[in-house]
Every structure is written in structure tokens, then in C-alpha cells.
Design a protein around this ligand. Structure first.
Ligand code: BYC
Length: 319
């Protein structure tokens, strides 16, 4: 744990000048306490999202319709675990311990992305998650790859490469179903209808209702606001839906020639906050699954710790 520094104004000004010059902040550099706290908050929520995010799709590994689909789903879910681990490592460079962060997730104190509190009812949901959820994550994370904090930005570069593969496999699966039997078409349209609005919520509240945005933008963590990224996602996704003849469940969707944007309807913010506060369709189920996995993994952690202690002892003996 680094010694806490006093945030004296001259140091903060020098720090902000570095950010303004586009310099990357590294773990050993001085940073305002608030910058460190904001990063720990956001990065730990992000890591938790990757870990909880394995659950909805993991639910379909045993029921994937072919060996090929099973292999790509397995690889995708494993990638999400890897993303969580890189980001926990990144968060530890800020002086926190991942056991503490995981404890906060398991106790229900920490947040993770609202999107993972919705159920995966059919196989089509898996394709739609790849297309919408990974698609939204790429839009958000491509910006975070330019964030001012080096370890977070570098993790995002690799993660975005993997998310691109996830999105493509999801869209390809959706396109296959959309070209399939009337039953398959209806199944994929139903999945699109259920996942569209929760995917738009992934970008967070409107900028005017986002308490963290101003500070994160000033410090170069957020390069674009929640609304701009959400709009970018809508603009990218509408033509993709048209290409596979699927309808997005929003009668207000309309192309605005002047702005070049697809205008969209009202997001149900009451639903969003209900889910964020822990009362979504699957919040309890997700936390119960994580707690069970954590308890069942106790022997692995104990074995790893015993191994590390043995290694340390033999290093000391050899010195
Ligand atoms: N869900 O001031 P705001 C993946 C909270 S996983 C829940 O705008 P900020 C994948 C927010 O935390 C990738 N909570 O916040 C994995 C804040 O609460 P606190 C997930 C949300 O931080 C498996 C409050 O609302 N991506 O790709 O400026 C399978 C006010 O919001 C949500 C990330 O985690 C939400 N959707 O901006 C497939 C990206 N939105 O902490 C795929 C990293 C907001 O003040 N995170 N809240 O109590 C970010 O980019 C930003 O944190 C957000 C929110 C844009 C999400």
C-alpha cells in the first residue's frame, strides 16, 4: 500500500498539467487521492462485471447446439475470466487487495454491470449477448484504452481485441438464426427484443445525471460521455440489425439526416436503477452463484497459498 499523499493544490495542478499534455500516469507516480479512489471504484466494478458476466452465457455451455458453437462459447467465457483477472491486477497497482474487492462483490456492497442481471432464456440470447453486450463493451472500452491510467488503458487494448472476436461470433450466430426456420427467426427476434434496452443502459445514466463523469473526464479517464458512446453504439447497431432483417424494439428509432444519428426513444431509468440497486430479475441468483463458486474454490486458494509459502521458504533457504 502506498503512503497516502496530501492533495496540496500545487501537486494537483502539476498532475492535471501532465494529464493535459496527454501523459500516461503510472502506479508509482503521484496522483490525487480522489483519482486513485475513482479508479479503484471504476476498475473494480469493471473487473466484477467481467466475472459475473461469465454466468449468463456459461449457463448455455452444456446446451450449445454443436461442437463448434460449444468451443467458441467456452473460449469466450474463459476470455471473460481472463479480462476480470487482468483488471483485478490493474486495480491492485493502486494499492488495494483483490481479496477485499472480491469480498465487496460477494457481500453485495460492490456494483457490477446491470446487464448481467437479465436471464438467458434461449440459445439465441447467447448470440445476441455477443452482438449487443460485447458490441457495447467495445464502444465503451475502445475509449478506455486511451484512459490516463497506464495499467487500465493497456488492459483495455488486449480486452478490446478479444471482445471484437466475441462480437463477431455473436453476430454470426444471430445471422445464422435469422436466416433459419421461422421458429429460429422468432427466437432470435425475441432475444433482440429483450436485450436491446438493457444494452443501452450499460452506458450508464444520461450525462446530466452522472455524478462521476465530470471528474473522470477532467482527469482523462473518460474520453467521451455516457450519452455520446450510447449514441455511437446505436448508430453502429441499427444498420447491422437491418442487414439481418431483425427489428429493434423501439418505434421511435429514426434517422436524423442533419446530425447523422439514429434518434431513439426513452430509456426506462426506473428499471435501470432497480437493477443497479439489486432488485433486477437475476441479481440474487448471480450473487448466489458467485458465492458458491468462491466457497467451492477455497481449496484451490489454500493450495496456491501453501505452494507460494513453500517457494518462499526454499528461496530463503537457498539465499
Ligand atoms: N450498471 O456517474 P456514472 C463485458 C453506476 S463486461 C451498474 O455515470 P461512471 C462482458 C455507476 O457505477 C464490461 N451500475 O458512473 C463481460 C455509479 O455508481 P457509484 C463492463 C452502473 O463510472 C462478460 C452510478 O451508476 N464494462 O464487456 O462515470 C460477457 C452513476 O453512474 C451502470 C465496464 O464495466 C451500469 N450499467 O460511468 C460479455 C466499463 N452505469 O459507483 C461482456 C467500465 C452506471 O458512483 N466502466 N452505473 O456508486 C465505465 O465505463 C463506467 O463506470 C460506466 C459508468 C460508463 C459504466
Amino acid at each position: 500500500m502506498q503512503t497516502p499523499h496530501t492533495d496540496d493544490p500545487a501537486r494537483v495542478a502539476a498532475f492535471e498539467a501532465r494529464i493535459a499534455r496527454g501523459e500516461v500516469i503510472e502506479p508509482k507516480d503521484w496522483m490525487p487521492d480522489r483519482y486513485r479512489k475513482q479508479l479503484v471504484r471504476m476498475m473494480s466494478q469493471h473487473a466484477h462485471s467481467e466475472i459475473v458476466g461469465m454466468l449468463p452465457e456459461g449457463n448455455w455451455i452444456t446446451r450449445a447446439p454443436s461442437l463448434r458453437r460449444k468451443m467458441s462459447l467456452l473460449a469466450k467465457v474463459q476470455d471473460e475470466a481472463g479480462h476480470g483477472l487482468y483488471i483485478y491486477c490493474g486495480t491492485e497497482t493502486l494499492g488495494v487487495d483483490r481479496h477485499e474487492l472480491v469480498g465487496d462483490l460477494l457481500s453485495g456492497k460492490a456494483k457490477y454491470s446491470s446487464i448481467f442481471n437479465y436471464p438467458t432464456l434461449t440459445w439465441a440470447d447467447v448470440g445476441v449477448i455477443g452482438w449487443f453486450v460485447d458490441g457495447a463493451a467495445i464502444v465503451n472500452q475502445t475509449m478506455l484504452a486511451k484512459a490516463s491510467y497506464g495499467p487500465y488503458a493497456r488492459a483495455m487494448v488486449r480486452i478490446c481485441k478479444e471482445e471484437n472476436f466475441h462480437k463477431r461470433q455473436g453476430y454470426e450466430s444471430v445471422a445464422t438464426l435469422a436466416r433459419g426456420t421461422p421458429g429460429q427467426r422468432a427466437m432470435v427476434q425475441d432475444a433482440v427484443n429483450r436485450w436491446w434496452w438493457p444494452s443501452l443502459m450499460m452506458f450508464g445514466p444520461n450525462d446530466k445525471d452522472s455524478p462521476n463523469s465530470a471528474e473522470l473526464t477532467r482527469w482523462g479517464v473518460k474520453k467521451k460521455g455516457n450519452d455520446e458512446l450510447r449514441q455511437r453504439f446505436v448508430n453502429l447497431t441499427v444498420p447491422q440489425a437491418q442487414a439481418v432483417h431483425l427489428t429493434l424494439p423501439d418505434p421511435a428509432l429514426k434517422y436524423n439526416e442533419a446530425s447523422g444519428n439514429w434518434e431513439f426513444g426513452q430509456i426506462d431509468w426506473d428499471e435501470f436503477w432497480t437493477v443497479v440497486k439489486g432488485d433486477g430479475p437475476c441479481n440474487r441468483e448471480r450473487l448466489a452463484a458467485r458465492r458458491k463458486a468462491h466457497e467451492e474454490g477455497a481449496w484451490v486458494r489454500a493450495a496456491a497459498e501453501a505452494h507460494a509459502a513453500k517457494q518462499r521458504a526454499s528461496t530463503v533457504a537457498a539465499a
